[in-house]
Design a protein around this ligand. Structure first.
Ligand SMILES: [Zn+2]
Length: 393
């Protein structure tokens, strides 16, 4: 059940009373950038000194904890802080889009160290797409070994059941196989997640905030976080708003095969399919050229307005504190402005109090979100317990 809801960045408070296992002790240490002294850990956890030291020894031996230099000088011998050892640990964040893949190398501390971008065609067999992505990822790693990799995909992703790919852009992909191949080639655990959901995790500033992140590129999707908990839904399709039927799209054929989906009017694919804008050829050329094309600017604004109508329902349902709109189309000023106006006009006032509607940090949010998710997964208390048991056994 726990895997349906992932805490993002912890609760912000030390989990007093839970830090009895080595795994929970590490979780406590991960929650603080400054770390804790031994005496602070004894006080917070209420553990017996001998038990605490035994658990810490196991974490030291596994390279998960280190003693940092004291930050402040004190009279006498200053206490050394124990910190989660995130040094020299690398994570790959891979964003698979419809026409491009972004590959990022990050430190576990979520700093982007290097990035590359390659053209792909998601309609091709996954073996072809992924072998190109892996080749570029290995080039970026340049012989370094990552501790884990996160892959953001433009489709519902259910980490438990792997259901729901029918009628999506990844209908011909096999995510189980994708994960196995990537783990073998990259020689590290690989986590798969929906791209907009990864972006939402990357947009979180306060561990307990409620946000909706919307990605509008070729397609449309959203990621939802409620008081720090990532919402995946029963089968991983939470936030998949692109295929909600709306009156404005009546009679318009969507990629999914149905008529009248939101994505059939408010998406990069819909704009490119419009005969007036077909000459742009690619979405990037369209977004690059839109500033000097008033007809296109009006169409972009209309797409933003239509998305705003759907998001007003989301606002009424979830009462988020912030909506971050990203993606190649989502960050266009006319799109965001029309989207914001429509939300403010349609949603009920109590759900609009203090609501921020802002551009997402499209360049980095998904990669940072994937890095956070990889860390949460790799260093989850139960996984640490398993690791330490294997080392002891
Ligand atoms: Zn559809």
């Amino acid at each position: 059940m726990n895997q349906q809801r992932t805490l993002v960045g912890g609760s912000g408070q030390p989990p007093v009373g839970l830090a009895t296992s080595a795994g929970h002790l590490l979780q406590l240490l991960r929650s603080s950038a400054e770390g804790y002294s031994r005496s602070a850990l004894l006080e917070i956890t209420g553990m017996a000194r001998s038990t605490l030291y035994e658990r810490l020894d196991a974490l030291f031996a596994a390279g998960l904890v280190y003693e940092s230099i004291p930050l402040r000088s004190q009279r006498g011998r200053p206490p050394r802080a124990l910190r989660f050892d995130d040094r020299k640990k690398l994570v790959l964040g891979i964003e698979i889009g419809h026409t491009h893949a972004g590959i990022h190398l990050l430190s576990l501390g979520r700093k982007i160290l290097a990035s590359t971008r390659l053209p792909i065609d998601i309609k091709q067999p996954q073996e072809i797409v992924i072998s190109n992505v892996i080749a570029d990822a290995l080039r970026l790693l340049d012989g370094e070994q990552p501790v884990g990799a996160g892959v953001g995909l433009p489709a519902p992703v259910d980490p438990l059941h792997r259901l729901g790919l029918e009628r999506t852009v990844l209908a011909h992909w096999d995510l189980q196989r994708l994960q196995e191949v990537m783990e073998a080639k990259l020689d590290c655990p690989v986590l798969l997640e929906n791209d907009a959901r990864s972006m939402a995790v990357g947009e979180v500033l306060d561990p307990l905030e409620s946000i909706v992140a919307v990605k509008v590129s070729t397609g449309v999707g959203s990621g939802i976080i409620v008081r720090g908990a990532l919402v995946r839904g029963a089968h991983g399709a939470a936030g998949d708003i692109g295929h909600v039927r709306i009156p404005e799209a009546a009679g318009r054929r969507c990629r999914c095969g149905r008529d009248g989906c939101l994505a059939a009017v408010a998406s990069g694919r819909a704009l490119l399919a419009d005969p007036r804008f077909a000459h742009y050829g690619t979405l990037r050329q369209l977004t690059d050229g839109y500033g000097s094309d008033p007809v296109l600017r009006a169409a972009v604004a209309e797409a933003g307005r239509v998305l705003g109508r759907t998001l007003a329902a989301t606002v009424g349902t979830l009462n988020p504190g912030r909506i971050a709109v990203g993606g190649l189309v989502g960050v266009l000023p006319e799109f965001l402005s029309a989207c914001r106006q429509q939300i403010l006009s349609d949603a009920f006032e109590p759900s609009l109090v203090d609501l921020e509607i802002v551009p997402a940090d499209s360049r980095t949010a998904t990669a940072i979100g994937l890095c956070k998710l990889v860390e949460e997964s790799l260093y989850a208390p139960e996984r640490i317990e398993q690791l330490l048991a294997q080392r002891a056994g």
